[in-house]
Design a protein around this ligand. Sequence first.
Ligand code: HEM
Length: 551
Amino acid sequence: MFSLLLEFPRNAILVGLLGTVLIGAKYAKWSSQRKAGLKSKDDAFSLFEALILTINERVKAWRFLLKGPTLIADAYKKANGAPFLIDVPENRYHFVSTWTHIGEINAVPDTVLSLTAAAKEILQPQYTMHKFDWDISRGRDSVPLNRTLRTYLTNHLPNLIPKLRRHLRVIFDRHIQAGPLKNGMKRTQTYLRSDFSTYDFRLGFRSPKLFPMLVESIAHSNIMSFFGEDLVQDPEFIKAGVGFIENTLIISEVVRVLPRMIAPAVGRFLSRTFNSQTIIFDTLIPIVELRLEERARKKQGHDVPEHHDCIQWIINGTTRPWAAERVVHELIALWFGSVHITSTTACFVLHDLCLHPEYIPLIRKDIERSGWESFDQSKGQEFPLLDSFMKESSRLNPVEAMSTRRIALKPFELSGGHQVPVGEWVCTAPGAMHRDPAYWAKALEFHGFRFVEPTLYKAILSATEFEIPEPGKESAFNEVLDWQLWGTGRNACSGRFYATALAKTMLALLIMNYDMKLADHKRSKHSFTWRSFIYPYASTPILLKPRSVTF
Ligand code: HEM
């Protein structure tokens, strides 16, 4: 199921080979064009120099695929606050690293700098999302989805979180019990829990496949939140939903690096070969059509069933109803943007919990102090120590080394005179910014309670050894103003309240109900990078053992 994650290096080699062929082809064309005009030895020498330079630049651009975060971090240091350029195989990125420049990006409309154009280049939705052809500047078209997530889904969290929690407990128990036993007794003995799932607390640590467990948990939760509870019972849909993420990454990567002449044909071929997008589309269409019918019947005064999910909120949010196909396209894009990044973020927090186990007892106490009911009512804001720990983990290990991506649809100039030509990208470097001592005291050190409020610090932490490196940095995980995890301004992630509540629910369940440790500290950051993304391997070796209490 997670073949992509395991086979990614192989795919990278394939793309690398493709790149070499392309560079060769481009050079042959370039060289033959110039031979005609070659007159002297000097010309031949300049040609040779130019060729070496071009090859150097191209090799560097292709290196971005395998070493993106390192290249960005190195260039960030050299630039010392100024905008800097990084070439990638198919484009040029202009990175900014000051909050003034970030503010300037946010100040222009999306007819000048567009997130949706950048997303279109990354995801190639015409091949990956059932021919979704979204506008490169969406204007008010983005309102129904963003309002759905930012307002309706967030306000629904007190009802939703307890339901999600019930499902998550069952999924965790199933995965953890299925993991190989690493120590303890050989014979399995199971106990019935109050919620009718079983677990086996007499036995030792088990080694489940952590990342697949987290992806499945988030996929289930998102199905319930976006499409309603019925689809959770549909294994084919869930399989397609998880496979869709891998398929999208493969198809879009291949299409992006191929020459424009052949990319569409290959894209169409891959689109037919990997059919998860079709399964998702075909499953969702009748559901959305029924909802549109219900909307029409309701307008005529008929009684219709009530639904509390994203399908319904998107439909309700449009004044002139969108066609079913249009609603489904929005949902497919939402699915891609929400499953993968949330599971990866939660996975890295779990690694950090194992690397810094001294934080766990205090985080447990704090979770007990608040309790689930207060957490649910706070829409996932509670558990401040866990919140701060998550933020410190993602500050040092954001799963994305780039954020606030925009394509220039018109020429754009930053203060100081840096120009961004049409078609090129402007973006930020969260990985590098988050480690910059200009923004953070003791920037490279992990301080899990860095973001805790002073009053809470006095009440709970002052008698402990834990340090807060700098006063005045208290801030929530879902805050956008002091870091780049969620992007910028009006385009900042509208799903961040839901994402935070879900990730925190999962982490709190695992922290409270299991003891955890890394099987092998040397392999703790068992991750690889592709472009600017950082992925955990599917089989990261974390050991979990049920505790004798259930929370
Ligand atoms: C830890 C998990 C997540 C992270 C780190 C994250 C991060 C981001 C980032 C960096 C952006 C781009 C913002 C910009 O360029 O200014 C974004 C946009 C977006 N995210 Fe998330 N996201 C997460 C989870 C989610 C979830 C769970 C949902 C849905 C429930 C979601 C929905 C969206 C949407 C709809 C946008 C586009 C906003 C727009 O077009 O204005 N995200 N996210």
